[in-house]
Structure formats: C-alpha cells, structure tokens
Design a protein around this ligand. Structure first.
Ligand SMILES: Cc1cc2nc3c(=O)[nH]c(=O)nc-3n(C[C@H](O)[C@H](O)[C@H](O)COP(=O)(O)OP(=O)(O)OC[C@H]3O[C@@H](n4cnc5c(N)ncnc54)[C@H](O)[C@@H]3O)c2cc1C
Length: 359
C-alpha cells in the first residue's frame, strides 16, 4: 500500500511531494496538465505588498522558510531556478515618496525596504519621482523547476498523466482504492481544478485569471525587476516578462486581446523604448475570499486532504503550507488556524457540496 496519492503537480503538489519524499513516504502523482498557473507564473518572490507598502501575510517567515527549500532542490537536481534580483518600485508622486520613507522606517519592513529614493538613470524609463528599492527579492523559474520535478517523477515511474477521476475513488477500511492501487491518503493539489472535485468543491475557491507577455526590448537594458502599474522581470537576452492582469469573470486559460492591450498600455506609461511582443500566456490563480491558503482534512473522509488557495503568492506560500500539512498528516501537529479549512466548515454540505463518496 502506498502512503499517498497526490493529485496535481503544480507548485502545491511539487512542494508537498518533495516534503513527503524527504520523510521517506511512498507516493504516486497524477497530473493531466488541465491547469497551468504554476507553469506560466512570473515566479516573483517578494514579501512586500507594493501597492500599499505593507508586509504581505507571513512575509518574513515565508521568505526564511521557502527560499532554502528551493535552494535545496537546486542542489539535488542540479538546476538553477532562484534568480535573485531587487525589485524597484516606481514611485508615481511626491506623496508616494513620503509613503515610502514612512514605510521603510516601520518594524518588519525596514528589513526589506531601502530607506532612500533611487534616482532613475535609465533613459529608456520614465520615472521622475525615482524608485523605492526592495531587497532580498527575486524570481523562481517555475517552469524549469516543474520540468525537473516531472522528469524526476517520470524516471522513477511515479507520474501518471491521466486525469484523476474522483468518482473512481473507493473507501475501504481506513484507506482508499483507486484502480489497482491502494493508499492511506489522497491529497488534492488541483489549483483552480478543485472546482471539479466533488469532495472539496464546498470550499470557496474563486479563481482569478492572470496573463503575462514576453517582450524583446534591446534598448531597455535593465537587470532589475521594475514595478509600476505593471511589472517587468528581466529574463536575459533582451527579453522581459511583463505582467500581470487580474480578471474575475473568465475561467478559460486562453490569452486575450484585452489583457494584451491593458499590459501594453501600462508598460507604455513608463517604458520609452521600442519593444516587440514575442509571447503571451494565461492561467487561473487559485484565490480565496480571505486570501489565505486552503489546507487540511475533509470533514467526513479522514483519508482525504487538500492543499490549495495559494492565490497570487504560490512561490512563497507553497513550501511552507506543504510543510504544515505534512506535519499535520504525519505527526498530528495542528495546522495554523489561518490556513486550516475548518474555518469553512459551515460551507460543507450546502447544496450537497463536498458530500461525494458518502454512502
Ligand atoms: C499570470 C500569473 C502570474 C503569476 N505570477 C506569480 C508570481 O510572480 N509569484 C507567485 O508567487 N505567484 C504567481 N502566480 C500565482 C501562482 O501561479 C499560483 O499561486 C500557483 O501556481 C498555484 O499553484 P497550484 O499548484 O495550487 O495550482 P496549479 O498551478 O493550477 O496546479 C494544479 C495542478 O493540478 C493539476 N490537476 C488539476 N485537476 C486535476 C485532475 N483531476 N487530475 C489530474 N491533475 C489535475 C493541473 O493540471 C495542475 O498541474 C501567478 C499566477 C498567474 C496565473
């Protein structure tokens, strides 16, 4: 009997699989490539909310926990994924400059925000009020990471690329049967695909579509991540990733003309040089109304667990949330209440949701 079946191999499924494998657990992973948030993500890690100059939820803790997790994978798999780069927040007015000074003085933030204003010296950028510099930030190359992860699983025969069929899951005396496999537990890490999961669709996952462009801009000559209305992230060889949009009424993963125009409009407000668009991608962020992860056990099937709701910060949250869930499942430690799905217990059973598998 296997210890775990894991459904989904995005950032959530990858982080959980690696955490459990380090503990010697046996498992099998299912992924049908039906969602792609993790693969298309900008991959930015940054503990600061750049709109309001506040610390994001658990900002310092997530940075301290999650970056070493990725660095360990770099060593184990001989890949380079952690691209450290400062974020330069373009300041739009004298008021924003003052707000920056104030924020940089606050406890918790002073660790990340440089107190001074950096003058713009790049003729390809329009930034009369300069920039605020955020330190210790960067980008995780998520698609390189997930390709390496799939490759590892494939080599060991642990990856199944078929869609996981929830209706075929049978419950037997404290474990589950799925096809010809038996396992002690199943963990669903399906991203927005959780909407089709009859066990966990009682949880309030919203889904926020995001789109990104790749541009080629030889005259931009920037090595910093620059954030204004949109951000751009240098990828090397004159290429930059530009993003991201937020849309709440479209759950397709197809790129749209509206998003492209919106991003180009934002970019032209502060980038003066010519550029050409080379690509566009889209994905659905698994967002939650209270902006906290969805982690924990099914109310009536103790063999079933969920790891979801990573929202727009999957890179930093996934390793920590996976660690908390693994400790909960393996060692009986309690989950941080903010991420524990029991906070949505009252949603269970409404309109029949979440009741699949009940006899
Ligand atoms: C445009 C965009 C930009 C972003 N930029 C950033 C960023 O810069 N920094 C950051 O931290 N976050 C960013 N995010 C958010 C980040 O991508 C998400 O938080 C994260 O990827 C969610 O990971 P996940 O594993 O929960 O979901 P997903 O990546 O959606 O993975 C779920 C996986 O489950 C599989 N699956 C689902 N159902 C089934 C089934 N029934 N059977 C088999 N497999 C199944 C899917 O194929 C998929 O591979 C961005 C998101 C988008 C869309």
């Amino acid at each position: 009997m296997l210890d775990y079946l894991i459904v989904g191999s995005g950032l959530a499924g990858m982080a959980l699989t690696e955490t459990l494998r380090r503990e010697g657990c046996s498992l099998r992973v299912y992924d049908d490539a039906s969602q792609q948030a993790s693969r298309v993500a900008g991959g930015l890690y940054n503990p600061v909310v750049l709109k309001r100059f506040t610390l994001a939820w658990e900002g310092s803790r997530l940075m301290a926990f999650s970056l070493p997790f990725y660095q360990q994978l770099e060593r184990e798999w001989a890949i380079s994924i952690d691209k450290k780069k400062p974020v330069f927040r373009r300041l739009a007015s004298a008021e924003e400059q003052n707000a920056w000074f104030e924020a940089a003085d606050r406890p918790g933030l002073s660790e990340f925000l440089e107190p001074g204003i950096v003058r713009n010296e790049n003729p390809a950028l329009e930034a009369p009020y300069g920039f605020g510099r955020v330190n210790n930030t960067g980008r995780i190359a998520t698609s390189t990471l997930l390709n390496a992860f799939s490759e590892q699983l494939r080599k060991q025969g642990l990856l199944d690329t078929a869609a996981f069929d929830h209706a075929s899951l049978a419950f037997e005396d404290g474990h589950v049967r799925y096809g010809d496999l038996t396992a002690r537990r199943v963990v669903f890490c399906e991203g927005f695909g959780m909407m089709g999961n009859p066990f966990f669709n009682y949880l309030p996952l919203q889904g926020t579509k995001g789109e990104l462009l790749t541009i080629r801009a030889p005259e931009l000559r920037e090595d910093r991540i620059v954030k204004s209305g949109a951000f751009f992230i240098p990828l090397g060889h004159d290429r930059y990733r530009v993003g991201a949009t937020y849309a709440w009424n479209d759950y397709t993963q197809a790129p749209t003309r509206e998003a492209r125009e919106a991003l180009l409009g934002q970019l032209r407000k502060f980038v003066r040089c010519d550029f050409e668009v080379e690509g566009q991608v889209a994905g659905i962020r698994p967002t939650v109304p209270d902006r906290r992860p969805l982690v924990g056990r099914h109310p009536e099937h103790p063999e079933l667990f969920v790891l979801n709701g990573l929202g727009s910060r999957g890179v930093l949250i996934a390793p920590y949330a996976a660690y908390c869930l693994a400790r909960f499942m393996q060692g009986g430690h309690s989950l941080p209440p903010e991420m524990d799905v029991t906070r949505y217990r009252s949603h269970f059973g409404k309109e029949g949701r979440g009741l699949a598998g009940n006899r």
